[in-house]
Design a protein around this ligand. Sequence first.
Ligand SMILES: Cc1ncc(COP(=O)(O)O)c(C=O)c1O
Length: 375
Amino acid sequence: MTKVYNFSAGPAVLPEAVLQEAAAEMLDYQGCGMSVMEMSHRSSAFKGIIDQAEKDLRDLVGIPENYRVLFLQGGGSTQFAMVPMNLMRGIAVGGADGSVGHADYIVTGTWSKKALAEAQRFGDARCIATSVDTNFDRVPDMANIQVNADADYVYICMNETVNGNVLRELPDTQGKPLVADMSSCFLSEPIDVERYGLIFAGAQKNVGPAGVTIVIVREDLIPEGDLPGVPTMMQYRTHADAGSLYNTPPCYAIYICGKVFKWLKSQGGLAGMQKTNQDKAALLYDYLDKSNLFRGFVRPQDRSLMNVTFTAGDELDAAFVAEAKARGFENLKGHRSVGGLRASIYNAMPVEGVQALVEFMREFEAHHSCSSQSI
Ligand SMILES: Cc1ncc(COP(=O)(O)O)c(C=O)c1O
């Protein structure tokens, strides 16, 4: 078997132990005589899988009773629409009285920018702070955030996957519900759920395969009754009332997520994972800070622990990606919209993978510094 270290931003590396367990159960899940992929989502075996997954997630994160956990489809991008469709009050009342909803967005990178544009289709979504002027090499100072009195919610993207920055402090929302896209940092560290009204995360980065999106939403924010004009599948109420089984859910993806939750518990839970993630990121950032060739994109205090964005300079980035690939380091190219390099070092990336990458970067630097000196 070819062993590579996969630094993909998502779909991304999964814990090997989880993949091995899934492989062992592939043809016969616990004596059912069939694969989880073949199972009815109404079967008692699948009910056991989804209930256990929710229970383990609740234990792991410490999700309070008054929050609902939903396993949905459509990725983070669908949440960009579902959030305003359900949480903007103008929509919840059907705009019948001509009212529109309002929301405040903090734009710190590619994904919050997209989320804002999507929300603008549904109501008065405004950018109240952004670091676009410096190409998202930082996040705005949370102490200066001014939330509008009429905002139905305040929106953040906790970890900007493309740009490599993270919010370490939360804005003071003046009591408005805080909505957080945690797609690329979910379960990488402890979460104080009560500080949020709604959290969502596409699973394919830190939690499981593509296909399932996890939503944790405070019960009182799920609109009661039907939302006129909003498709049934786009209403949180539909999925909350049906225990995420209104229609066929992404069964196999939920099953793998359940295994990842158990794996996370075995790694010391979210606090244990946070420590490992800090150590891994420090290896890479310490090297970047000392390097004469490589340079990180994000200022130190706002650097993501999950997505490390950097460059060796326009001339050398492509060579780095190619040489790295030949050595078994996959997917180090930066997002196509920003270029450069990116190493995504999610929960399942072993520390050995980061150590090996740093070692390779050292070699690459030595080699390329020599060749530039000899020119
Ligand atoms: C932070 C963040 N939000 C949203 C998305 C969009 O997710 P999806 O591709 O699942 O729609 C991504 C995708 O990479 C992301 O990184």
